[in-house]
Write a protein that binds this ligand. Sequence first.
Ligand SMILES: O=C1O[C@H](COP(=O)(O)O)[C@@H](O)[C@H](O)[C@H]1O
Length: 193
Amino acid sequence: MLILLNGAKWHVFWVDERVVPKDHEDSNYKLAYDGFLSKVPIAPGNVYAINDALSAEGAADDYETCLKHLVKKGIIALSSVSGYPKFDLMLLGMGPDGHLASLFPGHPLVNEKEKWVTFIKDSPKPPPERITFTFPVINSSAYNAMVVAGAGKAAAVHSALGDAKNSEKLPVELLSAEGELKWFLDKAAASKL
Ligand SMILES: O=C1O[C@H](COP(=O)(O)O)[C@@H](O)[C@H](O)[C@H]1O
């Protein structure tokens, strides 16, 4: 049974999304809708999916415009520290390569500092076209929860949380939060710590 407190006050966004139709198997919206949003009392108007009729670039611009509009309306706050939007909580996952959102190792988007939302057309993990929040926005969040499961991710977890000294940091090693960052690992993901 799912219990959601004050569902009417929730506003739900995607930290990253694949530019595919909302009913596509690769859609993060579909994943969240089928597993969570369809089962809880959150107003559909407070669920902000990307416009999947646009190109990747258009969808990223459109999503950033939406965030700016919600900042003007006082629904999203701006961080007094960074000046970027400050979400209350981001629920994040990590790939075995250490990517989070759609910020992949060695990709220039990892260093994006201007945009709030950007796009990628050459994602190493399919599907290739995605939109993603940038690091300044992710790291301005009040709370970030990084949830990692499976032995395939143990090496990247070790890079991020263990005593390994890598010359080039994985994207996940750049993750922080204005308030608190918490990692949630299963035994397999924590097996190299
Ligand atoms: O493509 C993505 O991958 C990561 C991690 O995914 P997983 O299937 O290895 O658990 C995810 O956190 C990200 O949001 C997503 O778009």
